[in-house]
Design a protein around this ligand. Structure first.
Ligand SMILES: [Zn+2]
Length: 432
């Protein structure tokens, strides 16, 4: 538990992924949130202070990892430089030690071609089953110089590779050529800087792993069985997003507060594990609009018993925007509004926000700030009456960064005694 004698009220933060939006012709020129009938959220608006939240810089679109990371207390500087590999590794529960390099991977279908390989399918026919069996032959593979590689499968064709050993560098290029049409060659990994000896050694080890993995997978009984029934074999691994864990600065750690995260989305779960928060997940939390909202709300409510702050993350809003389905987003927001009712308790400091805006017209993340509510019995009142982008423009918080929004919530919770954050860590992207 955190500083309970300092903390007067508990906090609940509802993160609706991709909440903010733009005007949609299909909705008569308003946004999905403005079109939605949200009586419970409107009541929070009337009893709180509203505003527009910028995840990182005003006007700058960000990804879920960056937006959610900062909302959950990650220093802006660290969010900006946080590589994807270690977050994915944490998302699948893989232990990454300082010094290890983690990479995002795909099981792929490869064909040997001279010294290297051609990719016939980047996702091994979207393999759904058997990747644990395949990964079992890719554990602790020695690659020389004390370096060893271990692969852990994630969902479908996805996996995470961990390189461990002395003197590794994450400043290496991908072996996955990206979205280029197949067949395309697997790339050789190189250090970003030609004179980087540690990078050269790490890249060499990775290149050896690519060959070794193909050796071990191509004759695997599971792949023979796949080929016999006409499925593509998962006989190779391609990698991207190499990264190392470094010291992570987090506002809640800084304040000695305990937190729990209720989520289904892997990136968010990965961040929560990196931050040592209590992770509450369930297969019924699907990261889609069909997620079990009632179960998530019940989980968040019980987590409030023994944590200072509980984050409830809901992904489906962003999925609707990516599908360019503003009506679907509106309908899902109405279901969320009804489902949240048991959580809207007067003794909580409640924040409702999003990790970024997503434009349902284009299906892409956009840089518009996110409409947000901060509700507390003692919050200043402002003229806002309903929850929406235009209403929040009139809000008392004005336009505020995600870090300052979190600090405001902690202030209402009574958790900011002796608060002296290192400004250069929490408010800049300077890696220095
Ligand atoms: Zn997102």
């Amino acid at each position: 538990m955190g500083n309970t004698e300092q903390s007067n009220r508990k906090g609940l933060t509802v993160i609706l992924d991709g909440l903010g939006d733009r005007s949609c012709a299909a909705l008569g020129g308003v946004t999905p949130l403005e079109a939605a009938h949200t009586p419970h959220l409107d009541r929070l608006v009337q009893g709180g202070t509203c505003g527009l939240v910028d995840p990182l810089y005003p006007g700058m679109p960000v990804g879920t990892q960056t937006g959610t990371g900062v909302q959950m207390g990650l220093a802006v500087r660290d969010a900006y430089h946080l590589p994807r590999g270690p977050v994915e590794a944490a998302g699948v529960g893989m232990l990454i030690q300082p010094g290890d390099v983690a990479l995002r991977c795909n099981f792929a279908t490869l064909r040997a071609d001279g010294e290297g390989f051609e990719i016939l399918d980047r996702r091994a026919g979207r393999i759904r089953e058997g990747t644990e069996t395949l990964a079992a032959v890719l554990q602790n593979i020695p690659l020389g110089h004390g370096i060893a590689a271990t692969l852990q499968p994630a969902t479908q064709h996805r996996a995470v590779l961990r390189l461990s050993g002395p003197g590794l560098s994450a400043a290496i290029t991908d072996t996955d050529p990206g979205a280029a049409p197949c067949p395309v060659r697997v790339l050789t990994s190189y250090p970003h800087k030609p004179d980087d000896a540690a990078g050269a050694e790490t890249a060499d080890a990775l290149n050896r792993f690519i060959h070794e993995a193909h050796q071990r997978l191509r004759e695997h009984a599971l792949n023979r069985e796949r080929e016999a029934r006409g499925a593509l074999p998962a006989n190779g691994i391609i990698t991207r997003g190499a990264g190392k864990i470094r010291k992570i600065h987090n506002l809640l750690h800084h304040q000695g507060l305990s937190a729990a995260v209720v989520a289904g989305e892997r990136t968010v779960l990965g961040l929560a594990r990196l931050f040592n928060y209590t992770v509450i997940t369930d297969p019924a939390f699907t990261s889609l609009p069909d997620t079990d909202l009632a179960a998530k709300v019940a989980a968040a409510r019980s987590a409030l018993d023994n944590h200072d702050l509980v984050f409830l993350h809901i992904k489906g809003t962003d999925i609707c925007s990516h599908d360019r389905d503003p009506e679907g987003k509106k309908a899902f927001l109405e279901r969320i509004d009804a489902a949240l009712a048991p959580l809207l308790l007067d003794d909580l400091v409640i924040a409702v926000t999003g990790d970024h805006s997503t434009d349902s017209n284009t299906g892409r993340h956009c840089g518009d700030p996110v409409p947000s509510i901060l509700h507390s019995p003692s919050a200043r009142r402002d003229p806002c009456r309903g929850f929406g982008e235009s209403e929040c423009m009139r809000g008392g918080l004005g336009r505020i960064s995600a870090t300052s929004f979190l600090i405001s919530q902690l202030d209402y919770m009574g958790c900011l005694h002796n608060f002296r954050p290192p400004d250069r860590v929490f408010f800049t992207t300077d890696a220095g």
